[in-house]
Design a binder for this molecule. Structure first.
Ligand code: GAR
Length: 193
């Protein structure tokens, strides 16, 4: 008897620049039986990214690209991704802005997680800016990537209360815990097996 291998999972690449805690949560999610994704590739612009260790631990190929020349780096990444038949790109703390050309090559196939309640606080230093503006809440957002920074269609958001004692560091920590839950949820919302 031939056993069915079940529905095919969506091949996914995760892009990181740093710690990779969202990468870790996505890998754990991908290993669940009902997860719609399988992570085939980790891509980074930074040889020192701590998150690359998860590639080693979970036996997922790490690929670091030299961003001295962004155009060449992106060309190589596009080739790699097409070769591997990747259908979904998850940006997880990837601190480079993708070119319009890159985004066009993967239209509707790139997701990002951002540590604010978009459209508020696009870009960097989100926590510090939210605290300085005396916001009562901040949070995180998973969205599609389009050619405008942090502006694509929002898939899911999670609100996090800012307490009087919060610093950028403590708020970042609280929000990161929610990010780890939100990214898998958002993927499940968009891609059903
Ligand atoms: C996360 O907070 C993510 O939302 C943020 O970087 C952190 C990466 O943490 N991304 C951005 O600011 C993108 N503009 P991680 O490396 O531990 O997943």
């Amino acid at each position: 008897m031939v056993q069915s291998t079940g529905p095919k999972k969506i091949k996914c690449a995760v892009f990181i620049s740093g710690k990779g805690s969202n990468l870790k949560s996505l890998i754990q999610f991908s290993k669940k039986k009902n997860s719609p994704i399988s992570i085939e590739l980790i891509i980074s612009d930074n040889t020192k990214a701590k998150g690359l260790k998860f590639g080693k631990i979970f036996k997922i190929p790490n690929n670091v690209f030299n961003y001295k020349d962004k155009i060449i780096a992106e060309k190589k990444i596009i080739l790699k991704i097409k070769n591997k038949k990747i259908k979904l790109i998850c940006l997880a703390g990837f601190m480079r802005i993708l070119s319009k050309n890159f985004i066009k090559s993967f239209k509707g196939q790139i997701l990002n997680i951002h540590p604010s309640l978009l459209p508020k606080y696009k870009g960097l230093n989100t926590h510090l800016r939210a605290i300085s503006n005396k916001e009562k809440y901040s949070g995180c957002t998973v969205h599609f990537v389009n050619s405008k920074l942090d502006s694509g269609k929002i898939i899911l958001q999670k609100k996090v209360k800012i307490s009087k004692a919060d610093t950028a560091k403590t708020l970042a920590k609280k929000i990161l815990i929610q990010e780890h839950k939100l990214y898998p949820k958002a993927i499940s919302k968009v891609f059903i097996l």
